[in-house]
Write a protein that binds this ligand. Structure first.
Ligand code: C5P
Length: 309
């Protein structure tokens, strides 16, 4: 067994997120296209003395909102791995670069990181597919965070199929002061659909998006971005609509709320245009900060492993 393992995990944006009707288990069937982007969290897991339990410390931007008890998905992932040959005593150090409660799967990415870290630390070699099964119990986005890249997600978003994609994608991400609650955003979408008597069918990813990704045509990808959760997020946070409009005016190829928000994602032609869009968005005063990132980025990856003895 090793003494300490560090895993790097990426945030994500949803290029499409189609939401079906509310299921009996409280979830919605979705059809989504995830893309991992180059905003990272680093999680170091160190084996601790028997009986000391699991301790988590968090550093980085906006970490006030991150719980350090067993409601944190990374802690829960370590607890779950104990049933699969892992350990019950560990020190977790998390450095956050993925926005907290931002709709970019930061918490799910940390859970994916913890699964991979314990697997490596205890030399379990469970394999990504098995880790993804464990991860799906922790959260719908955890399996994707294990794989990274660009992928289709079905069922709750937990059933992952890698997508064929060409090219690099340049993103500008506008971060908000306060997070949005994912269940609340889903609930608002149900409410608004009810109000308008919308017939909700099977969720489906647009063919045009898949064909544009295959061609590596970012202009077409920008036009094909879609997110059914956007109406819920903009209802709860109307300033997001103004922010999306500001991105379009600045020439973004596409503007979209990321997942359940409130982070908004803007697709740029290249790095230079991304900088222009970032400057324009900053000057609106409608967001806390703006970051640039590229996709597709990688899934949960061991970047350091140590044995003290
Ligand atoms: O799976 P996860 O714990 O991330 O989901 C958080 C909440 O988001 C769920 O409790 C549910 O309210 C909502 N959700 C949903 N349908 C999905 C995924 C999430 O309704 N496919």
């Amino acid at each position: 067994m090793l003494d300490s393992v560090t895993v790097r995990v990426s945030g994500k944006v949803n290029l499409a997120l189609s939401v079906g009707p509310l299921r009996e288990d409280g979830y919605h069937d979705v059809a989504t296209v995830f893309q991992a982007v180059s905003l990272y969290d680093d999680l170091t897991v160190t084996a601790a003395a028997p009986g000391s339990g699991i301790r988590l410390t968090v550093t980085g931007e906006g970490v006030g909102g991150v719980p350090t008890d067993s409601t944190n998905l990374a802690v829960r992932a370590v607890e779950m791995m104990a049933q699969h040959g892992g350990i019950s005593d560990a020190i977790l150090s998390l450095n956050k670069g993925i926005p907290v409660a931002g709709g970019m799967a930061g918490g799910s990415a940390d859970a994916a990181g913890a699964l991979v870290a314990i697997d490596a630390l205890c030399e379990l070699n469970l394999g990504r597919e098995y880790l993804a099964e464990i991860g799906a119990e922790l959260g719908s986005d955890v399996p994707f965070c294990l794989y990274g890249g660009t992928a289709l997600g079905t069922d709750r978003g937990n059933n992952i199929t890698p997508a064929l994609v060409r090219g690099d994608y340049y993103w500008v991400l506008a971060l908000a002061d306060e997070g949005l609650s994912t269940p609340e955003v889903y609930g608002r979408v149900d409410y608004l659909r009810d109000l308008a008597s919308v017939e909700v069918g099977e969720p489906k990813v647009p063919d045009e998006l898949m064909s544009a990704l295959l061609a590596g045509d970012s202009e077409r990808v920008g036009k094909a971005l879609s997110n059914d959760l956007q109406m819920g997020a903009t209802f709860l946070r109307p300033s997001l609509s103004q922010l999306l409009a500001a991105g379009r005016e600045a020439g973004a190829l596409g503007s979209i709320v990321s997942g359940s928000g409130p982070t908004c994602a803007f697709l740029a032609r290249d790095n230079i245009q991304a900088l222009d869009i970032a400057v324009a968005l900053t000057s609106t005063g409608l967001c806390r900060t703006v970051k640039r990132a590229t996709g597709p980025a990688f899934g949960a990856t061991v970047i350091d492993a140590r044995s003290i003895a």
